[in-house]
Design a protein. Structure first.
Ligand SMILES: *[C@@H]1O[C@H](CO)[C@@H](O)[C@H](O)[C@H]1NC(C)=O
Ligand SMILES: *[C@@H]1O[C@H](CO)[C@@H](O)[C@H](O)[C@H]1NC(C)=O
Ligand SMILES: *[C@@H]1O[C@H](CO)[C@@H](O)[C@H](O)[C@H]1NC(C)=O
Ligand SMILES: *[C@@H]1O[C@H](CO)[C@@H](O)[C@H](O)[C@H]1NC(C)=O
Length: 230
């Protein structure tokens, strides 16, 4: 498998502070997207974040035409997602949706990864042929051995996407919670209809990278869908 040249992209448009997710060693560590907590400093914020500074396979990247090659060994990607309970969580710097058990799975190179959560970034983290899009969805899957596979979709502003519009009311509720000063606000979404998420995609970009937030762990299998959605 070819590994593309990795370029750690910098972000200047976000000023929000992010709080590292629950983990015994790093819980509560604050990171951000500029200044003294920005991406260039992540590696120094906590001993468990050093990969952010010294890693060799860091995401996100700009997927550049001259670095892409067609791999005939890759099959179309198959995902199976089911109706399941979901919870929206405000992580301050992003909004994530966590799924209960049995949310679905994706098979990548004969390995079965289970869907754990999805979250959105705005603007997009990955660039496609030098272009940064309005938003990016990350569907995070994990295999039994602990390794991650993320399937990403890039968004343009346009006609509302049916999957997102189901959540509109809940997002408003989440915002209200946040405005009340609740920094760990959660809203139960209940059973969510994932039928609108495309299951079969032929055009995608695959590379091995990392988590895009601390601890920036590597060996993450990335699949960037080729079709930009709205
Ligand atoms: C889904 O969530 C609701 C409300 O929290 C709960 O009553 C129900 O048992 C959950 N269902 C499953 C399958 O977890
Ligand atoms: C992937 O794993 C899940 C959970 O272990 C299982 O329910 C599902 O059938 C598996 N999918 C395939 C295609 O093997
Ligand atoms: C904040 O939200 C959480 C999860 O929804 C809830 O359990 C908690 O009671 C809320 N706290 C306040 C101060 O409203
Ligand atoms: C990287 O991921 C592949 C595929 O999941 C796995 O076989 C391999 O052992 C992993 N390597 C490391 C160093 O974790």
């Amino acid at each position: 498998m070819k590994i593309m040249m990795m370029i750690k992209l910098c972000f200047f448009s976000m000023s929000l502070i992010c709080i590292a997710p629950a983990d015994a060693q790093t819980e509560g560590v604050v990171f951000g997207y500029k200044g003294k907590n920005g991406p260039n400093q992540w590696g120094h914020l906590n001993p468990h974040f050093t990969t952010c500074a010294v890693g060799k396979l860091q995401s996100p990247i700009d997927i550049q035409r001259r670095q892409i090659f067609y791999n005939h060994k890759l099959n179309s990607i198959h995902r199976e997602y089911y109706f399941t309970n979901a919870t929206l969580v405000n992580h301050v710097c992003n909004v994530a949706m966590f799924f209960g058990e049995g949310a679905g799975d994706v098979i990548i190179e004969n390995k079965n990864y289970t869907l754990l959560q999805m979250h959105w970034h705005t603007p997009s983290e990955h660039h496609l042929h030098g272009v940064q899009y309005a938003a990016e969805l990350h569907m995070v899957h994990q295999a039994k051995d602990g390794s991650f596979a993320v399937v990403a979709s890039l968004f343009k502003i346009g006609t509302e996407e049916p999957f997102l519009s189901q959540m509109k009311e809940k997002l408003v509720k989440l915002k209200e919670e946040r405005l009340k000063g609740n920094h760990t606000a959660q809203v139960e979404v209940g059973r969510i209809d994932t039928r609108h998420i495309e299951r079969k995609t032929r055009k995608y970009y695959r590379y091995i990278g990392s988590l895009t937030t601390p601890p920036c762990s590597e060996n993450v299998s990335w699949t960037i869908l080729g079709k930009v959605i709205f």
